[in-house]
Design a protein around this ligand. Structure first.
Ligand SMILES: [Zn+2]
Length: 157
């Protein structure tokens, strides 16, 4: 039975991943490569108004649109982890003159989990979260894959 690994990402960052955020900043590295489910837990990240506006601008949504898509307690997308490096690694000069160059989403001092091929689900699938990379229950995995196996999965409206 297929079981996807899942990563819980607090809102509003999970929404940002659905709309092109290609780097997840974490304090720990991962060896996992390949598909993961992007899950938004119920708890959210109180980033403050300035950062909320910055995120909305980065992903091309109005703050109102972003608020409308603030799904929590659910799997929002399937993505792939295609790389992981630490920003201090001299072979990956993520920053130059104080500006991020590996991704505009890359944060200093973190491991950069590089995401690609993000496929947002049209209908978020409810699930409880956990820390780290956690196994998505088989029934949730099936509900998620049923949506991503369609050739085109448009962004949630
Ligand atoms: Zn980087």
């Amino acid at each position: 039975m297929t079981t996807l690994k899942a990563l819980s990402v607090r809102q509003p960052w999970a929404l940002a991943i659905c709309h092109g955020k290609d780097t997840e900043n974490r304090t720990r590295p991962t060896r996992h490569r390949g598909p993961i489910a992007i899950h938004a837990p119920k708890a959210w990240d109180d980033v403050g108004r300035f950062t909320l506006l910055w995120i909305a601008d980065m992903i091309g949504l109005t703050p109102y649109q972003a608020a409308e898509r603030d799904h929590r307690g659910a799997v929002l997308a399937v993505a792939e982890i295609v790389g992981c490096h630490r920003h201090r690694d001299s072979t990956h000069p993520c920053h130059a003159d104080g500006a991020p160059i590996c991704s505009p989403w890359a944060a200093r001092g973190y491991w950069h989990w590089q995401l690609a091929n993000v496929r947002p689900l049209q209908h978020p699938v409810p699930a409880r979260g956990a820390a780290g990379l956690w196994p998505l229950p088989p029934d949730v995995t099936a509900a998620v894959l049923a949506q991503t196996e369609n050739a085109q999965s448009p962004l949630p409206q």
